[in-house]
Design a protein around this ligand. Structure first.
Ligand SMILES: Nc1ncnc2c1ncn2[C@@H]1O[C@H](COP(=O)(O)OP(=O)(O)OP(=O)(O)O)[C@@H](O)[C@H]1O
Ligand SMILES: [Mg+2]
Length: 268
């Protein structure tokens, strides 16, 4: 495995499948030998822990208040998968005093050797906090669905990340689609407007079909990629994980996990 990749999973509109994707991708990446750290950066509905059958007691808020350090917050939720329960605390990192920031960076420096991927589950929308989280990650994967609102909101997210944070590459996954034809038509609509009005490149990473098994699995707090490997959505997510493993990003420009935490804490 190469050095850690930081990937934020984001969307303009809520409920499009981000948490589903993050948790299942994490599982698939471990099946390929990767060690995965998930940062739950959802503000309101932080629920990655629940999907793994855990209930986090500590979060980044405890780190910020000085009650504990990063090491104690990280929770192993499954073999090869660890979680940092973030919640709104993630956005308080910037306000740490200098000594606390230095201490945090020391703790973060150990993470590079422990993990191959950091997946960041975000809240939907274009609030400053979410933008910041996306801008700090090496790669942003935008999830869209056939719902027209999801497409316009995804465009708004891409636009503001481009204008304010100078992001110019985005990966796109089409979820809840009938088939690849529908996925490609959604992708084309988004990439056409992006090319016309913004100077950004969109990479199509694949599609995940609408799969009733997946909805049922979520209700049962199961991971489709672990518990129903033959399902269409499970196969699609495994394929996506393979593509992400092959990602040859631009680590020299936007580094991995340390870069991410430095950005979040505002360490020069
Ligand atoms: N391909 C799919 N087929 C069927 N159901 C799906 C699919 N993808 C996601 N879902 C279902 O959609 C619902 C919302 O998914 P999820 O919680 O992952 O969305 P989200 O983007 O994280 O939402 P939020 O923006 O609120 O954090 C869940 O019930 C999930 O099972
Ligand atoms: Mg979610």
């Amino acid at each position: 495995m190469k050095s850690i990749q930081t990937l934020s999973v984001s969307s303009g509109k809520g409920g499009v499948g981000k948490t589903t994707l993050v948790t299942n991708l994490a599982h698939c990446l471990t099946q390929q030998g990767g060690r995965v750290l998930i940062l739950d950066g959802d503000l309101g509905m932080a629920n990655v822990d629940i999907m793994f059958g855990h209930r986090a007691q500590l979060s980044i808020a405890d780190l910020i208040s000085g009650r504990t350090d990063l090491h104690n917050i990280i929770l192993e939720v499954s073999p090869g998968i660890s979680l940092i329960p973030g919640g709104s605390g993630v956005y308080g990192l910037h306000n740490l005093d200098q000594t606390a920031k230095v201490a945090l960076m020391e703790q973060v420096s150990g993470l590079d050797n422990q993990f191959d991927f950091m997946l960041i589950d975000t809240a939907p929308g274009i609030s400053d906090n979410v933008l910041y989280l996306n801008a700090a990650a090496q790669e942003t994967l935008v999830v869209v669905t056939p719902d027209p609102a999801s497409l316009t909101d995804a465009y708004a997210l891409i636009k503001v990340l481009h204008k304010r944070h100078f992001e110019n590459r985005f990966s796109v996954v089409c979820n809840l689609v009938r088939d690849e034809i529908e996925a490609l038509s959604i992708f084309r609509r988004l990439s056409d407007v992006a090319a016309q009005f913004l100077c950004v490149g969109l990479d199509y990473k694949g599609h995940i079909p609408m799969d009733p098994n997946l909805r049922r699995a979520t209700k049962l707090q199961q991971l489709i990629c672990r518990d129903q490997t033959g399902s269409p959505s499970s196969e699609a997510i495994s394929e996506l994980a393979r593509k992400l493993s092959d990602f040859k990003g631009i680590p020299e420009i936007k580094g991995g996990i340390q870069f991410f935490w430095r950005q979040m804490a505002g360490v020069a």
